[in-house]
Design a protein around this ligand. Structure first.
Ligand code: TRP
Length: 318
């Protein structure tokens, strides 16, 4: 089984990423062949410019290494180092219809939330490029969040149609959903780098304390775990629970009438304690370390991509 997954490098990763997907990859690296993609070309799907792309790539790389992704086991690579992915895009585009591209619910949602004046062609076609991300290494297992399921469906369609039309080159991959539900943000909304409501993995202990101090809670002094009616309190209890390996409900009972300040103190301590070794390791890594890991991963991934592209051309008769 080959695992492929990835992130858009739009900023440093946060604790929601850690519990939602990174922890999962750590477990998989011991048992599977794992590819992790820095999807840099995908950054320009919902914005005009790649922004501080080099800075963001380095940040995400340092996060990966700090949490313990082992470059001896995992191949970390980036879109922009693999021109073969772009070459796979063209035949793959011939396998899907315009109607199918327009129907993708995740694309529709991104268009609705995009700040761009007009929708680019890339917005409709990047899921097909994402199919190349997964199929170039004959990925069979794709750990993702629920929002990515439509893209995995596109990938499965492309793999099946290619195999039927030409030759059986590709496995049909499966999505693997994380068991940890999406972490809420500190403002009661969804945790997201762009909304300023998240705790970065690399945040200092003081920054963490300040962020949690500002978190939205409510006026009820008695702490209870009720995600539907008390989302702010529930988010803090969930974070504290994940970091301390305990049940949110049990923590709530312990805090009892201690109110939001006791809850925030406990959450801050739990986060800082859990991430202390990761943050320490991150501070010891240099940008050169990170760049060297990426250069080597790019080389490994590219060799695989060249082989797959050759198979594709052969199967198609080019
Ligand atoms: N679209 C994914 C996201 O926004 C990132 C990504 C790109 C990806 N290529 C991938 C994820 C391939 C899984 C497999 O988070």
């Amino acid at each position: 089984m080959t695992v492929l997954t990835g992130d858009r490098p739009t900023g440093p990763l946060h604790i929601g990423h850690y519990f939602g997907s990174l922890a999962n990859r750590l477990a998989l690296q011991d048992t599977h062949e794992v590819f992790v993609l820095l999807a840099d070309y995908q950054v320009i799907t919902d914005r005009d410019l790649p922004g501080e792309i080099q800075r963001n790539i380095t940040d995400v790389l340092l996060d990966y290494l700090a949490i313990g992704l082992d470059p001896a086991k995992v191949t970390i690579f980036q879109h922009s180092a693999l021109p073969e992915l772009n070459q796979l895009l063209l035949p793959f585009l011939s396998l899907v219809t315009v109607a199918e591209l327009g129907r993708n619910p995740t694309v529709k949602d991104e268009i609705a939330h995009s700040s761009q004046a007009a929708v680019s062609g890339l917005m409709f076609t990047y899921p097909v490029h994402q199919a190349a991300d997964i199929l170039f290494c004959k990925g069979t297992l794709v750990p993702v969040g629920k929002d990515q399921l439509p893209h995995i469906e596109v990938t499965r369609t492309i793999a099946r149609r290619f195999n039927e039309r030409y030759a059986p080159v590709f496995p049909v991959p499966e999505a693997m959903l994380s068991r940890t539900p999406l972490l809420g943000g500190l403002d009661g909304g969804k945790m997201s780098k762009s909304r300023g409501n998240s705790i970065a993995l690399k945040a200092s202990e003081d920054e963490t304390a300040a962020l949690i101090r500002r978190a939205v809670t409510d006026v009820d002094r008695r702490i209870t775990f009720e995600p539907e009616t008390r989302p702010g309190v529930a988010t803090l209890l969930t974070i504290a629970g994940l970091c301390s390996g305990r049940e949110p409900r049990e923590l709530a009972e312990e805090i009892g009438d201690g109110g939001a300040s006791a809850l925030k103190r406990l959450t801050t301590e739990a986060v800082n304690e859990f991430f202390r070794p990761i943050r320490k390791r991150r501070a010891e890594l240099t940008e050169q370390d990170a760049r060297a890991v990426l250069a080597e991963g790019n080389e490994r991934a590219r060799a695989v991509a060249i082989r797959t592209l050759e198979e594709v051309r052969q199967a198609m008769g080019f």
